[in-house]
Design a protein around this ligand. Structure first.
Ligand code: GUN
Length: 299
């Protein structure tokens, strides 16, 4: 039997429809909707395409959206001042500074300059700290891990007591999703193992996983024989493995050998069309959450 496909494209549609209804309700109640500013520094082609998609999604939802593009040579001081302007703008509820930034700008300084109340990326140390504490403290979950958890839950995978193995320990995926799945509460309560490049016998850990989350950035790292029969496999890898000669577009591949893994797994995310579409969706969800909070607390 072939695995059930967990489609991020389909889930994105469902979640965006839910958010669209919330935006209508918010405008009726407060006379305005969520406000998001996307700050893009320079002309990195991948960043331009990500930001363009974020702006388009925000506009389709009826957000007040400001696309603030800045030149590659903006000084760190000027960028910090720009962030401060948006921190104080009551019509803006979410501030997104697209990463990576040019080398002369300290990314940590930029991330910590964003008000934790408007940090819809969930990258600020205050929000990461709240995420680790869990429960009522949680404010904005980082978008990719939030999307992964949402996919696991919406696919009907049982998480309570499940063995979760996370391959990779990055700050934006591996570390946070490991903490989130181990928290007390719905969609979590799992027993988590985080493995990485120094782990001995990666295969033996992966074979135990009821839920295998792979975010290593290595194409085809996880072999089909490492997957437990019936497991839910979430492939976060987006690797450019070639170029389609006809379209000129990049050919993408995940960290899991998808065609073979489908024969063993119970449920699996494809690449593309899996976790990718969920990241921007969760950014929109965080912005709506922020807007409710700000508008409800406005004097
Ligand atoms: N660059 C790549 N992914 C992201 C993301 O999720 N947020 C921001 N701000 N920059 C990114």
């Amino acid at each position: 039997m072939s695995a059930e496909i967990i489609s991020g494209t389909q889930m994105r549609k469902e979640i965006l429809a839910e958010l669209e209804r919330e935006v209508v309700e918010m405008k009726e109640k407060y006379g305005k909707g969520p406000g998001l500013v996307t700050i893009l520094v320079g002309e990195n082609p991948a960043s331009i395409s990500y930001v363009t998609l974020k702006v388009k999604t925000a506009l389709n939802l009826g957000f007040h959206e400001i696309q603030d593009n800045q030149a590659e040579d903006i000084s760190e001081e000027d960028l910090l001042a720009l962030i401060e302007k948006y921190n104080n703008d009551p019509d803006i509820h979410g501030i997104l500074v697209q990463l990576p930034l040019p080398k002369h700008i300290n990314e940590d300084a930029v991330i910590t300059a964003i008000s934790p109340d408007k940090d819809v990326d969930g990258f600020h140390p205050v929000n990461l700290g709240k995420m680790v504490i869990g429960g009522d403290q949680v404010r904005y979950l980082p978008c990719t891990p939030a999307g992964i958890q949402e996919m696991i839950v919406r696919s009907g995978t049982e998480t309570s007591g499940a063995e979760v193995v996370v391959v990779g320990r990055s700050n934006i995926v591996g570390k946070p999703i490991s903490v989130m799945m181990g928290q007390k509460g719905p969609g979590a309560n799992s027993t988590v193992t985080m493995v990485h490049t120094r782990t001995q016998d990666l295969a033996s850990h992966c074979k135990r996983a009821d839920i295998l989350i792979v975010a290593a950035g290595v194409p085809g790292l996880v072999k089909p024989e490492w997957i437990k029969k019936g497991a839910t496999v979430i492939d976060v890898g987006v690797n450019r493995v070639g170029v389609n000669e006809e379209t000129g577009k990049a050919i993408l591949s995940g960290d899991v050998d998808y065609e073979e893994a489908r024969k063993v797994a119970g449920k699996i995310t494809p690449v593309p069309g899996g976790v990718g579409p969920m990241t921007i969706t969760m950014l929109m969800k965080n912005t709506v959450k922020s807007a409710w909070w700000h508008l409800g607390n406005a004097k």
